[in-house]
Design a protein around this ligand. Structure first.
Ligand SMILES: [Zn+2]
Length: 430
């Protein structure tokens, strides 16, 4: 591999992905702005003009923010790599940490410092997004105190879990020989599967309160729906999602007999019993079609391919010099390889993201079809419209933007697929 070719390919990918993002964002902005004046005919009577215009304004504000944050992110990426940011940080730690505390401490600190600097650079964007953008549209419920507590908790959690895990991967890289990437993948796979099991019961409660669903009538309905569908859950819980945000959601988590259904309190406040049942039927559809298992398998297969690629790249001198770093002579290059790989991959991966988005949209249609056979399609549509309204999701997205980014099909396509081509048939939404 020629380092100049890698530099050029990397710069081209960063620039091209940024330009495509800008182009798609401006298309979406034009499309949404052009349809702002009136509610689309199919939704006339079910969606109020004020809600439609709020969705348009929120969508436009988020797109503008996205353009600024993408541009900044690309600049930071180029500064770390081709402009020598990572090389400078590496030199500093090589001179001061490596001789005193050894190779492992140097590598852990290099990655730690990189993560901390990256998070500090992102912080103004997080603050703006939470306390300006979300605030302006009435979605933000996070206080500054809660924001800081969350930040402290996730940092401590990151050090407590990420630190040992990173040390393990670095150890595997230097101790297991040429096939280290397969061993590292195996270790991370075990960790990820373990995380999926412990997340709902051990990690999520650190950030939110979970209380058993106390509405007996609703519990009975939900239980009978699950029985009809052949599922059993260990418990039904209400999560205080309203602590941070007005956005509503429901999810179904866990494995085997340990499955639990979690409703955001914001969802239960907005939807009636019929609608909650329809939303849960959709979630059960994901399980019935084994979407979660398939997604995990796909993720593991992609990450194995990623590790194999990294295994090859890490052994090429040009991989380092092409991305702005001179490889170390006395110390291991493993931490550098991990960092460069994490930075170099996303601009290339961006161009395959539509494939994953389209797989996800297909899953959503299947889950909707499942909900239609096990609950009421009209209730699902009513629930969807309320959720779209509460999340201020636009009803008039640009079709190309949808193909590239949307993990869920737009409302009009979902309603049409449910056999209710015209939302007007439903009568006024409550
Ligand atoms: Zn879904």
């Amino acid at each position: 591999m020629n380092p100049a070719v890698l530099s050029l390919a990397f710069s081209a990918a960063v620039l091209a992905s940024l330009l495509v993002k800008f182009w798609l964002a401006t298309r979406q902005m034009r499309h949404v702005a052009a349809h702002r004046a009136s509610v689309p005919a199919a939704f006339a009577g079910t969606v109020a003009l004020a809600a439609h215009q709020k969705a348009a304004d929120y969508t436009l504000a988020k797109l503008r923010f996205g353009i600024a944050s993408d541009a900044f992110g690309s600049a930071v990426l180029i500064c770390w790599t081709l402009m020598g940011g990572l090389a400078a940080l590496n030199d500093l730690l090589l001179a001061h940490v490596a001789p005193r505390w050894g190779a492992m401490a140097y590598q852990l600190l290099l990655i730690g410092a990189f993560v901390v600097i990256g998070a500090l650079l992102e912080l103004p964007f997080d603050l703006y997004s939470t306390f300006r953008l979300e605030q302006r549209f009435g979605f933000n419920k996070t206080t500054v105190a809660l924001f800081v507590t969350d930040l402290v908790k996730s940092t401590l959690l990151g050090i407590a879990i990420g630190g040992p895990l990173l040390a393990l991967v670095l150890w595997i890289m230097q101790a297991t020989g040429a096939l280290w990437w397969a061993w590292a993948w195996g270790a991370l796979t075990v960790f990820q599967l373990l995380a999926m099991v412990i997340y709902p019961t051990l990690i999520a409660p650190l950030f939110n309160k979970f209380e058993p669903l106390s509405d007996d009538a609703l519990v009975a309905r939900v239980q009978s729906l699950m029985q009809r569908c052949g599922f059993r859950a260990k418990g039904f819980f209400v999560m205080d999602g309203s602590r941070r945000s007005a956005h509503a959601n429901a999810y179904f988590t866990g494995f085997g007999a340990g499955k639990r259904v979690v409703f955001f309190d914001t969802l239960l406040q907005r939807l009636n019993g019929d609608e909650v049942e329809a939303v849960l039927a959709h979630e059960l559809g994901h399980f019935a079609h084994r979407h979660i298992v398939k997604r995990v398998v796909l993720m593991l297969a992609t990450s194995l391919a990623g590790f194999a690629l990294l295994g090859w790249l890490a052994a090429q001198g040009a991989f380092y010099t092409g991305l702005g770093v001179t490889p170390n002579i006395r110390y291991s290059n493993d931490a550098l390889a991990l960092l460069l790989f994490m930075m170099a991959l996303p601009p290339f991966l961006f161009f395959v993201s539509p494939v994953f988005a389209s797989l996800s949209r297909r899953d959503e249609y299947q889950a909707d079809a499942y909900a239609r056979s096990n609950a009421n399609a009209a209730d699902l549509v009513r629930a969807l419209l309320k959720l779209y309204e509460d999340n201020a999701s636009t009803l008039t997205p640009d079709p190309l933007y949808v193909r590239f980014y949307y993990s869920h099909p737009p409302a009009s396509s979902r309603i049409a697929a449910l056999g209710l081509a015209d939302a007007k048939l439903l009568g006024a939404a409550a």
